[in-house]
Design a protein around this ligand. Structure first.
Ligand code: 3NM
Length: 205
């Protein structure tokens, strides 16, 4: 599978996004067919230090067992201990050129939500882009204004060969529109972590 295919159904999650055991939720999401996972332990009520590492190790182990891509969100210190496949950063996180020199062989993902952000980013050193928030989201406290599926189409037009995922407010009901607009995959938090039937939602995505 190439990276485009591996990013097709991309669950992002930390314990703060879960109302029950996050390990169980990841197991169900894997059963439903996610292809990639991002460990994003961040924001209010997120674990830190040893507890964060311990949970990361459990989730990492599950992903390894089931050949699901494992990406760490914005924590370069955890990349090696968790043997992550890569790291994802936003515009206000670590600089992607520094990350590339630290991790020459890891997958690096970068979020972009505007043309200005694209202009100010070293797109040539990253392996995939996340574009959003496509729709309104209440999961990320400091999320920007929704950019719509049009932004997906614009980014794909600018970088046709770059793997691209949509993020923000994506659900089983609207995920098709994100793919039709040009995304290679959809990344989702609450639609999966808050689902009564996680497996079924992932299957529908
Ligand atoms: N990043 P949900 S939006 C983590 O726009 C994150 O870069 C975003 O959560 C961005 O699927 C977002 O519950 C939250 O809307 C996505």
């Amino acid at each position: 599978m190439n990276l485009q295919e591996r990013l097709r159904k991309y669950l992002i999650m930390g314990s703060q996004n879960c109302q029950r055991d996050s390990v169980a939720i990841l197991e169900e999401a894997i059963a439903g067919g996610i292809t990639a996972f991002q460990f994003r332990e961040k924001g209010p009520n997120a674990l830190e230090g040893e507890e964060k590492l311990e949970l990361g190790l459990k989730l990492r182990q599950l992903c390894r067992k089931h050949h699901v891509l494992f990406i760490v969100n914005d924590d370069s210190v955890l990349v090696e201990p968790l043997e992550a496949d890569g790291i994802h950063v936003g515009q206000d996180d670590m600089d992607v050129e520094d990350l590339r020199s630290t991790f020459p062989n890891k997958i690096i993902g970068l979020s972009v939500s505007s043309e200005a952000e694209v202009r100010n980013s070293a797109i040539d050193v990253v392996d995939y882009l996340g574009a959003g928030p496509v729709f309104g989201t209440s999961t990320k406290v400091d999320a920007k204004a929704p950019v719509g599926v049009e932004w997906i189409t614009s980014v794909k037009a600018m970088f046709p060969d770059m793997p691209l995922v949509g993020i923000g407010g994506i659900t089983a009901q609207n995920s098709r529109s994100v793919l039709v607009a040009g995304a290679d995959g959809v990344s989702v938090i609450s639609a999966v972590t808050h689902a009564d039937d996680v497996r079924s939602v992932v299957e529908q995505l």
